[in-house]
Design a binder for this molecule. Structure first.
Ligand code: HEM
Length: 525
């Protein structure tokens, strides 16, 4: 079965067949002899619990993973962890991967300031994101992180709140229109994605692209395409080879979508430059204090003052990175929260009661203070991200050995943390499949390991946009619940997820959106 899938994949694209076979031979030779070059490393690896003890089992696993579709990956590793425990080694061709699922081990890795280099899978993102904040390492990462951290300062986030409200209202209006005559909505995720894209474009990029009005659909499609192809490439070892990948049909498809993505970002940068050309960028604010710039304004400002320090390519890599990370991750979380709110009317009512306490009958926009006061909603969001962490896997390549409690992992190994598996560990979260926001009541969080919940990762390479994301998710969800009742026409079990770089929903039950009486008129654009 595995072999026939592999042969099928190879022969489906005749142009690349011979390149793939050649590459397989080269990889095979490397695979057989690679470990003999470093005995010490080999010895340390041999002490680890492993599912690929022999070259043969490693080859079988490499072929098996290559035959996987995006839906097979998480269940497979879920079984592996359940069967073999919280640290497991596997070798794919010549790479040694170590999956860790114990919060103590995860803490050692993620809190380290040394182990900040991402795994080899991130190299495959480089044709798209180049060496932006997500993919870069060492000095470049340090200086970029320092430069960009301030652009998520709470003073900047506060200026985004009107825009969060505006686009959330547009989403509600679109959902109500889509539910005209009691119709249910089968593609709630598409609506949410466009809203999240509008938000990130207008806030951190300063450009209103009006994707919710039907523009830029090609960008959204291209992102999905590229993420699907990238996950296929990551798990299919012969596509690791640049030449084989570039010659393959998925490689060609990838380049086509990539062009679209880069054209889109270049347009965003051009639009913002145009706006900034006519405005003087003041260095101090009205109180005479050093002004904090928003994301794209800062990058454009630095490039104007010192073109050598920030080239057009540098700007584009960050804009590509933040556009992708900034909308796709939060839209899956918002979507899953809507689905679960619609599955449990009691939880939904608890959140709505809280919103009523905050807003009463008022139609006013949410303020930063309001958003902070939405603690019931925050628990719903946290529980959603426990069950459906948008980033399913976090990897690091070790440049030095990593000393865990029981084992020393040799350098060059690739460490893998899978929040999706960690968050479903029944020893940490009893009855893990149950959606229960009370798990995040303060008394229930007390005593839980701080690295047992890592939807935004943790340590120096944690998510730079997590506060932004929380405000964004709260504004969107609270606006939906203030004006509509949500009913999910299905069950939690019917949800089908897959991993395609980030978590995606392959199947979602439909959602029925009913305006709450007399409030439709309030949805004002
Ligand atoms: C629910 C929403 C979000 C989730 C769950 C999330 C999750 C994560 C995770 C797990 C990482 C670490 C990835 C890794 O180590 O491979 C990360 C990094 C990152 N995120 Fe987010 N993210 C979200 C929203 C955002 C937003 C809104 C932005 C920007 C506006 C953003 C920008 C970034 C960037 C640039 C990085 C790389 C940071 C670095 O390496 O220094 N994310 N995010």
């Amino acid at each position: 079965m595995i072999f026939s899938n592999v042969i099928g994949a190879l022969t489906s694209d005749s142009n690349t067949q011979w390149m793939a076979l050649l590459s397989l031979v080269v990889l095979g030779v490397y695979f057989l002899f690679s470990d003999r070059f470093s005995e010490n490393r080999g010895r340390q690896i041999s002490l680890l619990p492993s599912i690929t003890r022999s070259q043969w089992t490693s080859l079988i696993l490499s072929l098996k993973l290559a035959s996987f579709g995006p839906r097979d990956i998480l269940p497979y590793f879920d079984n592996v962890i359940k069967k073999y425990g919280s640290l497991i080694h596997l070798k794919i061709i010549a790479r040694h991967y170590i999956i860790i699922n114990d919060p103590d081990d995860i803490k050692v890795l993620l809190s380290s300031v040394q182990h900040i280099t991402k795994g080899p899978d991130y190299e495959m993102l480089e044709p798209w994101l180049n060496k932006g904040l997500l993919t870069s390492t060492d000095q470049k990462w340090h200086s970029r992180r320092k430069l960009l951290t301030n652009t998520f300062h709470f003073k900047i986030l506060e200026t985004y709140v009107p825009s969060l409200n505006k686009h959330s209202r547009s989403l509600v209006k679109n959902l109500i229109n889509a539910s005209d005559n009691g119709k249910s909505i089968a593609d709630i995720d598409s609506h949410v994605t466009l809203c999240a894209l509008d938000i990130v474009c207008e806030t951190i990029m300063g450009v209103n692209l009006r994707t919710q009005e039907g523009k830029s659909m090609n960008y959204v499609k291209a992102i999905k395409n590229v993420s699907q192809i990238l996950i296929k490439r990551i798990f299919t070892f012969w596509y690791w080879n640049e030449i084989v990948f570039n010659l393959s049909s998925i490689g060609r498809e990838f380049r086509k979508s990539l062009k679209l993505l880069h054209d889109f970002t270049e347009n965003v940068i051009r639009e913002r430059r145009k706006i900034l050309e006519n405005v003087e960028q003041k260095k101090v604010d009205e109180n005479g204090k050093k002004r904090i710039y928003s994301f794209l304004d800062l990058l454009v400002g630095v490039s104007k003052e010192n073109p050598g320090a920030m080239t057009d390519k540098d700007i584009r890599e960050e804009v590509d990175t933040f556009l992708f990370e900034g909308h796709d991750t939060s839209s899956i979380a918002i979507t899953m929260a809507i689905i679960h709110l619609g599955l449990d009317q009691n939880i939904q009512n608890l959140v709505r009661d809280e919103l009523y306490e905050i807003f009463g009958d008022s139609d006013r926009d949410a303020t930063m203070e309001d958003l902070k006061a939405m603690t019931n909603l925050e628990r719903v969001i946290k529980e959603t991200m426990r069950l459906y962490p948008s980033v399913t896997g976090i990897t690091r390549t070790l440049k030095q050995p990593l000393h865990l409690d029981k084992y020393t992992i040799p350098s060059k190994s690739v460490m893998v943390v899978v929040p999706h598996l960690l968050h479903r560990d029944k020893n940490i979260y009893p009855n893990p499949e149950k959606f229960d926001p009370d798990r995040f009541l303060p008394e229930q969080c007390n005593g839980r390991h701080p690295y047992a919940y890592i939807p935004f990762s943790a340590g120096p390479r944690n998510c730079i946009g997590q506060k932004f994301a929380m405000y964004q998710m709260k504004t969107v969800l609270s606006t939906i619940l203030r004006y509509t009742n949500v009913e999910t026409l299905g069950t939690q079990k019917s949800i089908v997820i897959s991993t395609q770089l980030i978590l995606r929903a392959d199947y979602l039950p439909s959602v029925k959106i009913t305006p709450i009486t007399n409030t439709t008129r309030h949805i004002i654009l």
